[in-house]
Design a protein around this ligand. Structure first.
Ligand SMILES: Cc1ncc(C[n+]2csc(CCOP(=O)(O)OP(=O)(O)O)c2C)c(N)n1
Ligand SMILES: [Mg+2]
Length: 616
């Protein structure tokens, strides 16, 4: 007879999670780094009791906001190149819905995370239970249905034995490189507590390894033929290069063939910034070195990239009408975008096979030399905008220069929203793969601090530097307290330009009046004067407001020695951003307006739109 264990559904679930292992650098370890939890009536008795039982093998971490705890879980997975991940559990109703934005963030960035929101009673007796949203026409609808479009796998557990296939499917999705993303298992409150005789085999230890699909022969042959015919080849390195840990293979291929490389936000740090073939950031927030090549390139080898709007400059950047795109991607949906020649494969495997098949082929030397010259020119431009200054209100770029000089390239730099992503993409000189952690797939304000915490959990020996605007900070800062509580140090650099600076600039660029972005332009009785250093200190951080770029560099040098989370605040100029580099992108300007500025912006917009290629 099959041996069984009589457990509640929640106990079976947590035990199962604790049995899932992985192997990294020859070391076996749990694939789940832990579970983030905020309890309520929807999960405290069931999931809460079950987590307590396994607390030694599967640690539980408490946060202050469900969205933030999910951010930490997601950043943990990203910092681990998707090889390890975490779960996040909430109560029903508001706690669950607080995680939906984070689920979307994980969905967009293709990052594994297991969401375990509590759900209403399956038996419907306490209907409507506290925090249940009643649907007048659908008895099966609950707020957790909001997870469906932002989950790669969704299930609602209404019987205890359903957890067996659901968790098996969950693991497939979480560990599949092509399908990878958030999984939501909505756990009906009563079912969490219901017992069932689970077979022993369900709790067998399982070691998950990274799947690396190799290319199809025909697709490989077509890609090789296209590359061999190239006069002006260019590689776009996307996040898939990092997730596949393919930097070594990428360097080998491009060095062998003399192909310049540019990087998306997700792919930055695929090669170190000082690699001679790395033209760095491409697209709307790109360097001139990368974008001038992108305009001319005749064969674009797009590796592990979604070819998102900022990469393609709203599909106006790649101007060579005869170009061929090779879509090297583990996900066919991405591989075939813009009528690309698909090359469906793991990045490291695909690059190795491509390199071997190129068999010594080299791009014309004039193209490679031209790239090197462009890189030099860009470095000179970037040096100017990041140089030190005595200005009372420095630019974001000048603050970036200070952080880079004080911290070097050996830290993990994290950011997500505001003006910083564009400036950092252009200007940050990244070091090792994964040392540049951008959440610019969804660009979620409030990702930064909780995300930093997740990175620090994944990489406790690394210095984690979080750069954040005042707007993002005010949206979600509570996990400063968690970082202090857990002894996980972050260095936070807060740029206070007194409002939503980048959207104010975008508003001006589209002919709009300064309205509702900077605090001074928003309806107010009292002009806010927020003491961010005092705020961060109240949450337990070591905090200081600095008054100059030089002061910031001194404070950063001190912060390196601090054992506790440190927040450094600096006032910055909301109106300045880096002009050099960059590319237009499509932000729809009103066709009619009483404002002449809008009409002028519309005219310019219509001109620019002519650059967009339609139909491919
Ligand atoms: C959750 C969320 N809401 C709104 C936006 C749109 N948005 C992008 S940047 C930004 C302003 C960010 O302000 P701040 O963090 O101070 O950075 P700054 O623009 O001043 O550099 C806004 C509102 C967003 N990205 N995320
Ligand atoms: Mg701001």
């Amino acid at each position: 007879m099959t041996k069984t264990f009589r457990l509640t559904m929640a106990q079976a679930l947590t035990r199962f999670l604790a049995c899932q292992m992985t192997e990294i650098d020859g070391r076996k370890m749990p694939i789940f780094g832990g579970v983030w939890a905020i309890f309520g009536h929807g999960n405290v008795a069931g999931v809460g009791e079950a987590l307590y039982q396994v607390r030694d093998e599967l640690p539980t971490f408490r946060a202050h906001n469900e969205q933030a705890m999910a951010h930490a879980a997601i950043a943990y997975a990203k910092a681990n190149f998707r090889r390890r991940f975490m779960a996040a559990t909430s109560s029903i109703g508001p706690g669950a819905l607080n995680m939906v934005t984070a689920a979307a963030l994980a969905h967009v960035n293709r990052l594994p995370v297991l969401f375990l929101p509590g759900d209403v009673f399956a038996n419907r007796i306490p209907d409507p239970v506290l925090q249940q949203a009643e649907d007048f026409s659908d008895g099966t609808a609950t707020v957790n249905d909001c997870f469906r479009p932002v989950s790669r796998y969704f299930d609602r557990i209404t019987r205890p034995e359903q957890i067996i296939p659901a968790l098996n499917r969950a693991m497939q999705v979480l560990t599949d490189p092509a399908d990878c993303g958030p999984v939501t298992l909505a756990l009906c409150q009563d079912v969490q507590a219901e017992a069932y005789d689970y077979p022993e085999s369900f709790f067998a230890e399982r070691v998950w390894t990274q799947r690396r699909p190799r290319p199809d022969r025909q697709e490989l042959a077509a890609a090789v033929a296209a590359l061999k015919g190239a006069q002006k080849p260019l590689v776009i390195a996307g996040g898939g290069v990092l997730y596949s840990q393919a930097s070594g293979e990428l360097a080998k291929l491009v060095q062998g063939a003399g192909i310049p490389v540019c990087e998306t936000q997700g792919g930055k740090s695929s090669l170190p910034d000082d690699h001679p073939l790395n033209m760095a950031a491409v697209g709307v927030t790109g360097t001139s070195a990368a974008n001038r090549l992108a305009e001319e390139a005749d064969v674009v080898l797009a590796i592990g990239t979604r070819l998102q709007d900022f990469t393609t400059g709203s599909w106006a950047l790649f101007k060579n009408s005869g170009k061929t795109i090779i879509g090297l991607n583990v996900q066919p949906f991405d591989a075939g975008k813009h009528q690309a020649l698909p090359l469906v494969t793991d990045a490291a495997e695909g690059l190795a096979e491509l390199g071997a098949a190129l068999n010594g082929w080299k791009a014309p030397a004039a193209w490679t030399d031209n790239a090197a010259k462009g890189k030099k020119d860009w470095q000179a431009e970037a040096g100017k905008v990041t140089a030190s200054t005595n200005a009372a209100y420095p630019s974001d770029a000048q603050v970036i220069g200070a952080v880079q000089r004080a911290m070097g390239s050996g830290v993990i730099l994290l950011h997500a929203a505001g003006g910083l992503p564009g400036e950092l993409h252009k200007l940050w000189q990244a070091g090792a793969p994964g040392s540049y952690h951008a959440e610019y797939g969804f660009s979620t304000m409030g990702y930064e601090i909780a995300g930093g915490l997740g990175v620090k959990m994944a990489k406790p020996d690394e210095e984690v530097v979080v750069m954040i605007g005042d707007g993002s900070y005010l949206m979600l800062n509570s996990e400063i307290a968690t970082s202090v509580m857990l002894g996980l140090k972050l260095t936070i650099v807060l740029l206070d330009n007194r409002g939503y600076g980048c959207i104010n600039r975008l508003q001006m660029a589209t002919g709009g009046a300064n309205f509702n972005n900077l605090l001074k332009d928003a309806r107010h009785e009292v002009m806010p004067d927020i003491d961010f250093a005092a705020h961060a200190a109240s949450l337990g951080a070591i905090a200081e407001k600095v008054s100059s770029i030089a002061g910031l560099e001194t404070a950063l040098a001190k912060a390196k020695k601090n054992a506790r989370t440190t927040a450094l605040v600096i006032d910055t100029d909301p109106l300045v951003s880096t002009d050099v580099g960059g590319h237009w992108w499509d932000v729809a300007v009103p066709e009619v307006s009483s404002r002449p500025q809008v009409n002028a912006a519309r005219k310019a917009y219509e001109e620019k739109r002519r650059m967009q290629s339609v139909g491919d």
